[in-house]
Design a protein around this ligand. Structure first.
Ligand SMILES: Nc1nc2c(ncn2[C@@H]2O[C@H](COP(=O)(O)OP(=O)(O)O)[C@@H](O)[C@H]2O)c(=O)[nH]1
Ligand SMILES: [Mg+2]
Length: 294
């Protein structure tokens, strides 16, 4: 699809000069994409330095360097891949956490589909035991993707369901366990403590922590995203992010802040409601989406 830079930036680029006005418009563009003021300032300072050091006079080249600068900030040592269990007798366990409606259950279904398509065996754990509808939703996905599910009655103990799922995967030699959890606000300490318990139970069942604890976060989350990730790191030891709804109006600039301050990498991105709409995180695409409009 043809993408163009924010109109105002485009117009300034067209003039062929790099000046204060152009820097100002780039600043506006980044902030509009939910990048924090602090990080925007830092990025533009670095850009100014590069322009100076490399004696760049062509605005198009400057734009390229800016994209590179943003994607480099998001580059991760592991390139966004998910950790897997090193022991063949122990399943790989991913614990999925986040607020209500962020896209946890949908992302689990998408991930199960992706893993299964690659020839892996997968089991789902219906750890969101709060509402009957949540269990039904995961069960419907399990049927569609054709993977087994371990569940309890509504109101059951989430940690126990996840424990049982891991035991079941172990005994059946299933490679992956994807565990759903109930949505919770990061500020509700009692609910966050419950997640701590879930993490401990996973560790007890596996003899090590979950291979990934993934925070599912809606791309539309603003600067509150950092606080949210901070609390999830504290209570649940998150190891990565799944950023959902990048097909919507937000470009997810706040995620830059999460990586910058907490070093929590984005592992996967959700780009729609259907089962194929989950992708491995790509820093270049993410960076260019921050700067461009569809
Ligand atoms: N457009 C879009 N919608 C999504 C995406 N991921 C999830 N959703 C939708 O967000 C809503 C909430 O998702 P759900 O998985 O139930 O969230 P949960 O409460 O965190 O488990 C559902 O309507 C999903 O179809 C995505 O990447 N893009
Ligand atoms: Mg759910």
């Amino acid at each position: 699809m043809f993408k163009k830079l924010f109109q105002a930036v485009d117009k300034l680029l067209g003039r062929g000069v790099i000046d204060e006005e152009l820097y100002e418009q780039l600043e506006v563009a980044l902030i509009q994409a939910d990048t924090s003021i602090e990080i925007t300032t830092r990025i533009l300072e670095e850009l100014r330095q590069i322009v100076k050091d490399e004696k760049i006079t062509d605005p198009d080249l400057m734009k390229e360097r800016l994209e590179k600068l943003i994607s480099e900030r998001l580059m991760l040592n592991k390139g966004g891949s998910l950790n897997v269990s090193e022991d063949n007798n122990t399943p790989t366990v991913y614990l999925i956490v986040g607020t209500n409606g962020a896209g946890k259950t949908t992302s689990i279904a998408k991930l199960a589909y992706k893993l299964k398509k690659k020839g892996n065996t997968v089991l789902l754990a219906a750890g969101d035991t709060f509402r009957a509808a949540a269990i039904d939703q995961l069960e419907t996905w399990a049927e569609r993707v054709d993977v087994p599910i371990v569940k309890s009655q509504p109101g059951g103990d989430s940690a126990a369901v996840i424990f049982d799922a891991i035991q079941s995967a172990k005994s059946k030699g299933i490679q992956y366990v994807l565990a759903d959890t109930a949505g919770r606000q990061h500020s509700k300490t009692n609910l966050m403590q419950e997640l701590q318990k879930v993490s401990k139970v996973v560790e007890k069942a596996l003899g090590k922590p979950a291979d990934e604890v993934l925070l599912v976060i809606d791309a539309h989350t603003g600067q509150n995203a950092i606080k949210q990730a901070e609390n999830y790191l504290k209570f649940a030891g998150i190891t990565g992010l799944i950023v959902t709804k990048l097909d919507g109006t937000s470009r997810g600039g706040a995620m830059l802040g999460i990586y910058e301050t907490l070093k929590i990498p984005i592992k996967l991105v959700g780009t729609g409601e259907s089962i194929e709409n989950l992708h491995k995180f790509n820093p270049e695409i993410f960076a260019s989406n921050l700067l461009y409009q569809q």
